[in-house]
Design a protein around this ligand. Structure first.
Ligand SMILES: N[C@@H](CCC(=O)N[C@@H](CS)C(=O)NCC(=O)O)C(=O)O
Length: 225
């Protein structure tokens, strides 16, 4: 039986959950939260930085959301083309996965982390009275640059069909990034992609399951989505 360690409000947990939901893959969800210390302890020793999601499959442990999706595509395939069969489309999927993780998710997380006393360890030290303005600015600047790049890419290229590795990376990163730095009107293709992703059943399930936690979003969650 597969088990996924994570939290329903965590963007990287969504990334793995979307792949599991898209293929109706049976798994047990093990929430990492103060009420379940054994799950946190497992993640702490399983991941090199104690981060989630972490997947277990019998005696096999897989860390890093992208690697979890690659693992699912090989060992638990289903109807959803998580990794496109055609090698050139798979290469495009892997490139976009890096773009969404490194330039959308990371800069969104940078803005969120600017609200914590200890940016590298959000669980310790609590919240700052005021977010670190330089960090917030840097994160938002990075997001605007990534949005413009993605808009240009979407104008000239076709995305791999849903639900792929790209859908799994793009949905949570665009969902939360748009909360901290709204996608501007001139990036209409990117805004349309975000809406298209949120309409996928595997993604809307993550959105609904995370809804009770919105009050904990440090920059403040908007009254939409
Ligand atoms: N590179 C990791 C990033 C995972 C990550 O940043 N997870 C966050 C939750 S979204 C986390 O574990 N935060 C808690 C912590 O750092 O202690 C991946 O792709 O899986």
């Amino acid at each position: 039986m597969l088990a996924l360690y994570g939290h329903p409000f965590s963007s990287y947990t969504w990334k793995a959950l979307i792949a599991l939901y898209a293929n109706d893959t049976p798994f047990e969800f093990r929430e990492v939260s103060p009420g379940e210390p054994a799950n946190g302890a497992f993640v702490h020793q399983a991941h090199p930085a104690g981060k989630f999601p972490v997947l277990t499959d019998g005696g096999v442990t897989v860390v890093e959301a992208t690697a979890i999706i690659e693992y699912l595509a090989v060992h638990h395939p289903g109807a959803a083309p998580l990794i496109p069969v055609e090698a050139s489309i798979a290469a495009t999927a892997r490139m976009l996965d890096r773009v969404f993780d490194n330039y959308v998710m990371s800069d969104m997380q940078r803005v969120v982390a600017a609200h914590f006393v200890d940016r590298d360890n959000p669980g310790a030290g609590g919240m700052r009275d005021k977010p670190d303005a330089a960090e917030v600015d840097a994160g938002k600047r990075g997001l605007r640059r990534a949005y413009a790049w993605l808009e240009r890419w979407l104008k000239g290229n076709l995305l791999p069909p849903h639900a792929s590795l790209v859908s799994c990376a793009a949905a949570p990163s665009l969902f939360y990034a748009d909360w901290v730095e709204p996608i501007p009107a001139e990036c209409s293709k990117l805004a349309a992609l975000r809406a298209e992703l949120l309409a996928l059943p595997a993604v809307s399930r993550c959105v609904e399951d995370a809804r009770p936690y919105r009050a904990y979003f440090p920059p403040g969650a908007p009254d939409r989505d």
